[in-house]
Design a protein around this ligand. Structure first.
Ligand code: P6P
Length: 338
């Protein structure tokens, strides 16, 4: 392994490939392309405040939310970066209602790419961290033709690769193939991602809880009891601290590094919560589990849920193993739905 000081993302990917003789190099090529797309999106995100890119396009995405130009830029950038390598048979994006087929003249591959091009984008104008989330599967449909919706609706445990890029004070690329979680920080001086978080392990428990307390009165009773318990002198006389950015990638990245729990629950008004199973919760659960954490919907492991629709939502309780186990206990014992 190269000296850690100059372990770049491409070198780490290629050395990882060498460590697996059966590797075909396809996933390496995909990850390298994603790294390139990440740099280009980071450039746009970081100059958004200056360019006339800020502001609404006046278009709406499939969820009826106003789409800011950066969302579209990131969505199109990822498709352009990924649609010509011959690796994919189908893609799906938070920004498109239906699955995305490759252009007719492009070679079709055996992988499936799901992504949220710019999560947390409502925070763009306030210069709050936002992120890209990606998830890669092998196709399950037979033949060599275009992939299908079923290829995109696989349970999360079947992911080959999952990762995110957080555009904050630094741009950090985090990925896992299920064996170790690695973080790379973009050095703008020479435009390369350098290994900065080697083999991330999430603490077994943390001191931070993260959820939108504005929804308190809609929460299930068990969740209300749990949060009150954390706010009491739970740990050696010190309550947990509340931290909530309102940008999933930023909140999960902090939870991964510092420990604790991130929650977007189902509640009386939205029983399935807000976050999307296929391209937000599944990749994040794959990453957090690979780092030794836990991710459930309050009852069931996120990675074992069978998606029924591309944009379906799920409640999520994700983070340090002991913290997630404890909230599950409170939810189970309360029995009351909401
Ligand atoms: P709320 C951002 O809009 C997002 O999709 C996630 O990034 C974030 O975790 C969540 O919604 C925040 O939702 O309801 O707390 O504003």
């Amino acid at each position: 392994m190269a000296t850690k000081r100059f372990m770049t993302l491409p070198r780490h990917i290629l050395e990882g490939e060498k460590a697996h003789p059966e590797a075909t190099g396809e996933l390496s090529s995909i990850l390298l392309q994603l790294g390139l797309a990440a740099k280009l999106i980071s450039l746009e995100v970081n100059k958004a405040g200056l360019a006339n890119i800020i502001g609404f396009t006046g278009q709406e995405n499939v969820h009826g939310e106003q789409v800011k130009k950066l969302d579209i830029f990131a969505h199109e950038m990822l498709i352009k970066a990924m649609d010509h390598g011959g690796h994919f048979c189908v893609m799906a994006s938070e920004e498109e209602e239906d699955i995305i087929h490759l252009p007719p003249n492009k070679k079709i591959g055996k992988y499936v790419l799901l992504f949220d091009p710019l999560d947390g984008s409502s925070n763009i104008d306030a210069n709050i961290s936002i992120g890209t989330i990606f998830s890669i599967y092998k196709r399950i449909s037979t033949g060599n033709g275009p992939g299908t919706l079923e290829d995109c609706l696989q349970p999360g445990y079947k992911q080959e690769v999952a990762g995110y890029i957080v555009y904050g004070s630094s741009t950090i690329f985090v990925y896992t193939t299920g064996h170790g979680v690695y973080g790379f920080t973009l050095d703008p001086a020479f435009g390369e991602f350098l290994l900065s978080h080697d083999n991330i392990k999430i603490p077994k428990n943390g001191r931070i809880y993260s959820l939108n307390e504005g929804n308190y009165f809609s929460w299930p009773k068990g969740l209300k009891d749990y949060i009150k318990y954390l706010q009491s002198n739970y740990y050696d006389g010190k309550p947990y601290q509340a931290r909530y950015v309102g940008s999933m990638v930023a909140d999960i990245h902090r939870t991964l590094l510092y420990g604790g729990i991130f929650i977007y629950p189902g509640d009386r008004r939205n029983p399935k919560g807000k976050l999307r199973l296929c391209y937000e919760c599944n990749p994040m659960a794959f990453i957090v589990e690979a780092a030794g954490g836990r991710a459930t919907d309050g009852k069931q492991r996120i990675l074992e849920k069978k998606p029924e629709a591309l944009h379906e939502r799920t409640p999520i309780y994700i983070g340090s193993e002991e913290d997630v186990l404890l909230v599950e206990k409170f939810l189970r014992e309360s029995r009351e739905a909401y």
